[in-house]
Structures are given as structure tokens and as C-alpha cells.
Design a protein around this ligand. Structure first.
Ligand code: CA
Length: 229
């Protein structure tokens, strides 16, 4: 099952490694970026579920990264926790004004940060921490790996299940084929991009078994989205 993807943007290597280690131990999937430019590039490649963002970064500052994320429709809702060495109240307010969801002053305990990550996700993306997700007439039980539409059970193959699980966690958001490949198959697996179309086709067919309509939207030259309810 796809786990929650955290992007850690931190130029202090020791701290980045420590965060990576502790987040992975808590079953998060972790990507690292060591400057603001790399962070924006990685977010563009594959949208994380949450970003832990250092304030002082080489190239593009954390505050600028956060500002740019908030400008684009596909990234404006990604939760951001800002890290800073400075503890002035004015900085905290500026960080929150620019759209950060939470703020931690260095030094902090890793456990406290992980607790904040979970709290922000619970608040902003309850679907990420729930086992049962409902969207419109669709219901997914991630523990039991079962899917219902209009209270009728739908049987899906494991890949179709993971695709739906990913789409239903971000309703309305358009994912490119590459992003779906990374999220569902993993970035270290070689799978042809066309494979995504095949599995989306199977998922569509299964979901529309009783002719309730196709909930998956094809966005020309962009990718796929699960329609907002
Ligand atoms: Ca820094």
C-alpha cells in the first residue's frame, strides 16, 4: 500500500539524514532535497503529501519555496511544516502568513516533529490517516482492501486498487502518468508509461460495472484525476 510521502528540504546533511531515518522508521516514504531549487524540481516530478521545509536554504529560500507552492493550483494544498533556527515571533507569523501549516524552531526533538507531521496531516488530509475513505459514492477500505460503489462491492486487482487508493486520497488533483507510475509502482521499477493507461482502463471498467458513470477524468496531455464529488 502506498505510504505517506514526505519531502524533507534541509541543507544540513546530518539533520536531513536524522529526519530521513526517523520518518522511515515510522513508515513514511521519504525524499530529500538540499536546496530550494532541488525541492521545487522534486515536487514537480512527484507531489509529496507533506513538505518539511527549512527556512534558510541555498539558491531558493524556504519561504520562497512555500510561496511558490501556494501559487500553483496543483501544489497549493500541500501541507508545509517550516523549520527555522530563528525563533523571533515575527518570523513565525511571516511563515504562517506565507502559507506554512506549522512551524518548528531548531533544535527540536524528532518525535515532536513527527507528531506535528501527523497532526497536520490529520487536520488537512484526514484521508491520509484514515483506513476507510469515502468519496462521493465510492468507499475504499484500505485495511481489508475492499472497494464499494453505491454500496455494491467492486473487485479490483492489486494495481487497480493502489491506483484508486492514490487517486481517492487527492480528489480533483490531476496526476501525470509518470507521477502515477512513481506513486503506484515505485520510482525504482521500470514500467512503461503506457502501462498506466492499461490499468486506468481496467479500473474504469470495474468502477463502472453498474453504469453509474465514469468517475475518472482524462486530462488531455496531462494525465488523470478522480473527479471531485
Ligand atoms: Ca538551513
Amino acid at each position: 500500500m502506498a505510504s505517506t510521502r514526505v519531502l524533507v528540504v534541509e541543507d544540513e546533511e546530518a539533520l536531513a539524514t536524522l529526519l530521513e531515518y526517523n520518518l522511515k522508521r515510522e513508515d513514511f516514504e521519504v525524499a530529500l532535497a538540499s536546496d530550494g531549487e532541488e525541492a521545487l524540481m522534486k515536487i514537480d516530478e512527484s507531489l509529496p503529501d507533506i513538505v518539511i521545509l527549512d527556512w534558510m536554504l541555498p539558491k531558493v529560500s524556504g519561504i520562497e519555496v512555500c510561496r511558490r507552492l501556494r501559487l500553483k493550483p496543483e501544489t497549493k494544498n500541500i501541507p508545509v511544516i517550516m523549520l527555522t533556527a530563528r525563533s523571533e515571533e515575527s518570523d513565525r507569523i511571516r511563515g504562517l502568513e506565507i502559507g506554512a501549516d506549522d512551524y518548528m524552531t531548531k533544535p527540536f526533538s524528532t518525535n515532536e516533529l513527527i507528531a506535528r507531521v501527523r497532526a497536520v496531516l490529520r487536520r488537512i488530509r484526514p484521508a491520509l490517516v484514515q483506513d476507510e475513505i469515502t468519496h462521493g459514492d465510492l468507499k475504499v477500505d484500505r485495511t481489508a482492501h475492499r472497494v464499494w460503489r453505491d454500496d455494491k462491492e467492486i473487485h479490483l486487482g492489486p494495481t487497480e486498487f493502489r491506483l484508486l487508493d492514490h487517486l481517492i486520497r487527492h480528489p480533483g488533483r490531476v496526476f501525470s502518468r509518470e507521477q502515477l507510475l512513481n506513486a503506484v509502482w515505485g520510482s525504482d521499477v521500470f514500467v512503461e508509461v503506457r502501462t498506466v493507461d492499461v490499468h486506468i482502463g481496467r479500473l474504469r471498467k470495474a468502477l463502472n460495472k453498474y453504469n453509474q458513470g465514469d468517475p475518472i477524468r482524462t486530462v488531455r496531455s496531462a494525465g488523470y484525476a478522480l473527479d471531485a464529488a
